[in-house]
Ligand binder design. Structure first.
Ligand code: MLT
Length: 264
């Protein structure tokens, strides 16, 4: 369904009933990356997977946007849906937004999943790459982000074994509004560093990495997990960056066990 949120039409996918679980997608993707999790979790939970502003079917921002703006959209969505508290999960860029949400409104979240994400802000080189990506997106369209990201999302083995998955992913990424991705690239370039936040996180936290992830490598994610009180850390074998889609069974087993331990 589409909902007017903070002055923009935003697409929200909802499945199942029970305690709410909000899952935030990565770049350059949309709610469809969570399909396997929505299917598995919705037997027990109300799974909510929005399209972030400017991605998927949500309106492209009218002005420049930051992680804090995306977080404001999620809080407004929760208000609109009558959700006072929820379990929160973020994949990669969705994790950066989860950090912004925990800075803004920690009392609204009961549990945290951080998947294939990292707490550090970009350095000068990283920011330069994002700005070059923004230019390529303007020049060439959404295919520029697809071409840059596709080789990082899946292991070579998965690419060989699952041509259908590669094709579907490629189509999802190519369908993104290029201007929305420009906004996302620049928002990531100038996002706040969240390393200092980690010690203040007080909700149960699950950290999931991919053993072969070049974007959020497992050693970086292990260090992040160690800085969060009581967090549990798992690195999924034979997985690259996009663990929720590449290894859905392993991912869902970890997530379901975690959610059940939190809501028990
Ligand atoms: C993502 O998967 O959301 C991106 O790889 C995040 C990033 O580029 O930092």
């Amino acid at each position: 369904m589409k909902q007017p949120i903070n002055g923009a039409e935003q697409y929200i996918m909802e499945k199942g009933q029970g305690a709410p679980v909000i899952l935030l997608h990565g770049f350059p993707l949309d709610h469809r990356m969570w399909q396997a999790q929505a299917d598995a979790l919705s037997e027990h939970y109300r799974v909510i997977t929005p399209d972030l502003r400017g991605m998927g079917q949500s309106d492209v921002p009218a002005a420049n946007i930051s992680m804090e703006h995306y977080a404001d959209d999620i809080l407004a969505m929760m208000d609109k849906m009558g959700i006072q508290k929820a379990a929160l999960g973020g994949f990669s860029m969705g994790g950066y937004i989860a950090f912004a949400l925990l800075r803004k409104a920690p009392e609204r979240f009961t549990a945290l999943l951080l998947a294939n994400t990292r707490p550090e802000a970009d350095g000068p080189e990283g920011r330069k790459n994002r700005m070059n990506m923004a230019v390529s997106l303007y020049d060439k369209g959404a295919g520029a982000a697809r071409d840059a990201m596709l080789p990082k999302l899946l292991t070579e083995q998965t690419v060989q074994d699952q041509p259908g998955l590669v094709e579907d992913l490629s189509a999802v990424m190519a369908s993104m509004p290029a201007e929305g991705l420009v906004h996302a690239s620049l928002a990531m370039a100038f996002r706040a560093d969240s390393v200092d936040l980690l010690g203040s996180i007080s909700v149960p936290t699950l950290v999931i990495a991919g053993e072969q992830d070049p974007v959020a490598p497992p050693d970086v994610m292990k260090k992040m997990a160690d800085a969060i009180r009581g967090a549990s850390f798992h690195a999924i074998p034979a997985a690259s960056h996009l663990t929720p889609m590449e290894k859905p069974e392993a991912f869902n087993a970890l997530l379901l066990e975690f959610l059940q331990s939190v809501t028990a």
